[in-house]
Design a protein around this ligand. Structure first.
Ligand code: AMP
Ligand code: GLY
Length: 441
């Protein structure tokens, strides 16, 4: 088979790495790709949003399957346009992708079908939104309706900050048309987790749980980024919570989308807030998460190509995922200054050394090649991902690898996975206490 992967980040390197392991695949192309992807695929000078050129290429090269990484081409309707040309493509179509592209649509869907989420309302009028904020008070969350490169959600501690956020979105139009509407909602507390599943519109095949680290600094401080690290599994999602998420969120959402005439095919990503035994939806993404995909696909043992084909053909009921029992941790190495401005073109050292390490893969995001040297070319540069018999061991292995890689102005969080460790320690203590109590009885 000939496969075309669209995108250029760590998620796409992981997809290419996984697809390259399929015995059915003879050739992989990636548009536009990065320096790490170039080791496994032929990178094309076509932007991920240039759908006409992508179609032209897929037809000319007789591509058997196209896999879409980022949300932008999905929102532009790449799946519909490829299918119209008789080209096979993995991803959500334009009507289904609304679940990510419009926060007001997601809210409407969740409320209509009684799926748990933060209480909130959608506004097209600035004045009405302002009155609502004054009435409900703070803390409160103000969200631009459309895609805003992960910056359109503002969690506000005070009413005045919420009004500033509203002005930024609706008056200053900082996120352009994404600010035509806003969703104002209750601020949820608890622990966040990501839950991803393949779905063909009727059947769901869940991947293990995972957790992202969105803030730039340790202890979840500072501005949000695309994600500074991830691990899988997330100990907060035990068997009971997994079942609850499937029954109360994932299955009803797929049914709701079908009911709305928007059957959903692809990967559905639910961003969740978990508070004790309660779980609520923060958002949906209509694609693989970045960096969650890195640990998730390190753990997935199946050939991913038949799973993607079954997703497209509607036969996921015949598939079963085989998952490595070990934990996986991804530490993102970034350029100093990210998510603000940063320098590019810094030579990266230590990659060869880490390549020899067992159960470690360095996924590239913003990298380029100058001669024989890998140089930085973005905010998030690498996703160093390791497997381990326990989350503790996976963390140690990932950080040992990170310590061997460097460049001028490298930055990474030092606490990836610590939340998982704390939760495991806490549950061990609770169990110890409970068994002590049983002994007393
Ligand atoms: P979203 O793009 O909707 O996932 O939002 C980005 C981040 O904003 C989430 O990962 C949360 O950290 C935060 N967030 C979004 N909605 C809420 C909410 N209702 N309550 C608290 N935090 C939220
Ligand atoms: N890791 C968050 C995202 O992919 O949107």
């Amino acid at each position: 088979m000939k496969i075309l992967v669209i995108g250029s980040g760590g998620r796409e390197h992981t997809l290419v790495w996984k697809i390259a392991q399929s015995p059915r695949v003879k050739k992989i192309y990636c548009a536009p790709g990065n320096a790490g992807i170039a080791d496994l695929a032929t990178c094309l000078p076509i932007k991920s949003g240039d759908i006409n050129k992508l179609i032209e290429f897929a037809k000319k090269e007789k591509i058997d399957l196209t896999v879409v990484g980022p949300e932008d081409p999905l929102c532009k309707g790449i799946v519909d346009l490829f299918e119209k040309q008789g080209l096979k493509i993995f991803g959500a179509n334009q009507r289904a992708v609304e679940i990510e592209a419009s926060k007001s649509f997601a809210k409407y869907l969740l409320n209509k079908y009684g799926i748990n989420t933060a209480a909130g309302e959608t506004f097209t009028s600035y004045k009405k939104a302002e009155n609502y904020i004054r009435k409900t008070g703070a803390p409160v969350v103000v969200k631009a309706d459309g895609l805003a490169a992960g910056k359109g959600v503002i969690v506000c501690e005070t009413v005045s900050k919420a009004i500033d956020a509203l002005k930024l979105i609706m008056k200053k139009r900082s996120f352009g048309d994404a600010g035509d509407k806003v969703v104002v909602e209750e601020c949820l507390t608890g622990e966040e987790a990501s839950f991803l599943a393949f779905t063909d519109g009727k059947n769901l095949l869940p991947l293990p749980s995972s957790q992202d680290h969105k803030a730039i600094y340790d202890n979840d401080r500072g501005p949000n980024t695309g994600g500074m690290g991830a691990y899988s599994s997330a100990p907060i999602i035990d068997r009971y919570m997994h079942k609850k998420i499937m029954e109360e969120i994932m299955i009803p959402t797929i049914q709701a989308m079908a009911n709305e005439g928007r059957p959903y095919k692809g990967v559905l990503y639910a961003g969740l807030m978990i508070d004790k035994d309660k779980v609520k939806v923060l958002e949906f993404n209509a694609r693989f998460g970045d960096p969650e995909t890195q640990p998730l696909l390190m753990r997935m043992k199946n050939d991913i190509v038949p799973i993607m084909e079954a997703t497209i053909e509607g036969t996921l009921d015949k598939c079963k995922l085989e998952i490595d029992d070990r934990a996986a941790v991804c530490v993102v190495m970034a350029s100093k200054g990210y998510p603000g401005s940063y320098k590019k073109g810094m030579p990266v050292s230590g990659l060869k050394d880490v390549k020899k390490m067992k159960d470690v893969v360095v996924f590239h995001a913003g990298t380029d090649k100058k001669g024989k040297t890998i140089v930085t070319n973005g905010g998030r540069v690498l996703g160093v991902t390791a497997l381990g018999d326990s989350i503790k061991k996976a963390i140690s292995r990932a950080y040992l690898s990170v310590s061997r890689i460097t460049w001028d102005g490298v930055y990474y969080r030092k606490d990836i996975g610590q939340k998982a460790l704390k939760r495991i320690e806490l549950s061990a203590k609770v169990e110890e206490k409970a068994s002590g109590l049983q002994g007393q009885i």
